[in-house]
Design a protein around this ligand. Sequence first.
Ligand code: NI
Length: 289
Amino acid sequence: MKSQPIRLSRFLTFAGLLSFCLAGSLVAQAPLTPGLGKTTPPPATVAATPFVCYSAVHVDGPFIAMTFDDGPSEKLTPELLDLLAQHHIHATFFVIGTNVVAHPEVLQRAVGEGHEIGNHSWSHPAFAKMRDDSVRLQLQKTDDAIRAAIGSSPTLMRPPYGSITARQKRWINSEFGYRIILWDIDPLDWKRPGAAVVTSRIVRETRPGSIILSHDIHPGTIKAMPATFDQLQAKGFKFVTVSELIAMGKPMTPKQTGEYGAAPSASPSRSPAATPVPAASPAPSSPNP
Ligand code: NI
């Protein structure tokens, strides 16, 4: 009984995040401003850009993306890289600029072993409350640090705390070319609930297309990963990087969109009592991703 409110609230977070992401990601191309005295007819078809924000991806196969935030950590990230290599898993690391500058060799190793790197800001502030020039500086300094460490800029960005407005998503995508990556699975590992709890939360909730949030700066998270990887692989899940997952994305029909936000068929154990919530734009519940 105790777990039910948690599961329901996490489901609602997922449904809300998906709505939030989709609502903020279909950017119709606005017609050019007409010249004086002229009118420009609207385009025959409204072209939509690809999604710029993802909390999960609609895929056909059992593919998922494991993500690790807030590193690199000098000690814990190399331990995690060992585990990932043992399990033949490629993951995605959303890194903090100050940590990149402190431990560029860890980032170099991660990239050399096939993992993906994303921008997670310079010092982990909440973007939604910030001025554009401050956000721009957070992203640019981190982009520069990543490029100095590994020779190329990232193509993904995750806002700290998931804190970002729809307007920020658009201009950040436009200026930096980043896709904005949130998550649909949050084991709340930053609360340090113990390795077994982290594992069980992830394994219970993960479904095809999931983007799983965790942090490679907490010892309990690293300790949770061997069992997490074993159990997810035993269920048939295949791990890919976030960009690989996005590349596998299939368009959703309106019917599928409804199913997607309701009861995922991949998680038959999920309570069927959960119902979709109206489109809203909540901030993710985790205060420390
Ligand atoms: Ni974070």
